[in-house]
Design a protein around this ligand. Sequence first.
Ligand SMILES: C[S@@+](CC[C@H](N)C(=O)[O-])C[C@H]1O[C@@H](n2cnc3c(N)ncnc32)[C@H](O)[C@@H]1O
Length: 267
Amino acid sequence: MTIHDGEFSDLSDDNHRIWDANALWWDDTIGDGNEFQTLLIEPATERLLRPQAGDTILDIACGAGRFARRMADLGAQVLAFDQSEPFITRARERTTASAAVDYRVATIDAMATALAGASRVDKAVCTMALMDMPEVKPVFAALRTILSPGGIFVFSITHPCFHSASIQRFAEIGEEIDGRHVTRTGVKVSSYLSASARKTEGIIGQPEPQWFFHRPLSVLLGHGFDAGFSVDGIEEPRLPPADGKPGVRWSHMTDIPPIMAVRMRLG
Ligand SMILES: C[S@@+](CC[C@H](N)C(=O)[O-])C[C@H]1O[C@@H](n2cnc3c(N)ncnc32)[C@H](O)[C@@H]1O
């Protein structure tokens, strides 16, 4: 059986259209930060990336720039881009004139062309976007020319093993051998090895369901390995336990990591 390479270039235009349609609603809903961002994604990404004064950092698919601004607050010079014009307009509105963030409307291919011949950077980041991108090979190919040798690329994604568009979360109650009722919560995974593109709601109620590009770790990281990267850091953070009754929120199943963050280094 042929393994799908996880690249879905035929969906690029539709994916772009959907992100433009959702951008302002998305930022109105979570632009000030939700528990995934503040408790999981941002701390794990910061630990792996260590943004600091003197860094120049490329922020790939920056959305409305929440993490770009955080890196600038920590002293970095940030070049942040996204394909979606409404997201970049909102990012500029949310950013003070003195902040060291340069925003561009661009795809990864356009950015690689724009930066050809420019000084290389030591760090790049992509928060919660690779599973929203129809192709990841161009990301690694571009980073080969944008990053200095030894430079790092840190990305966060929904955890491919436990949090793809094809898993189900469950809560079930049953009687144990001692006669006591016990509730179990978790995820059901019935498909993992096959890369797939399917529609999902990243945030329930969003204007249009978006494309979700599932890639098993071997495929996703394999594209990075092929481009000369190795993995030298990984985090699988968990939410603190929910108070109260059982349910199917991620905070009800705290032994399952809903996201992962990975640091790859260019050899
Ligand atoms: C969930 S948002 C993440 C935004 C931001 N990084 C964050 O953490 O809030 C995914 C973003 O990926 C962008 N995107 C998808 N494909 C892209 C591509 N080929 N080039 C640039 N941006 C892309 C979308 O426009 C969208 O803003």
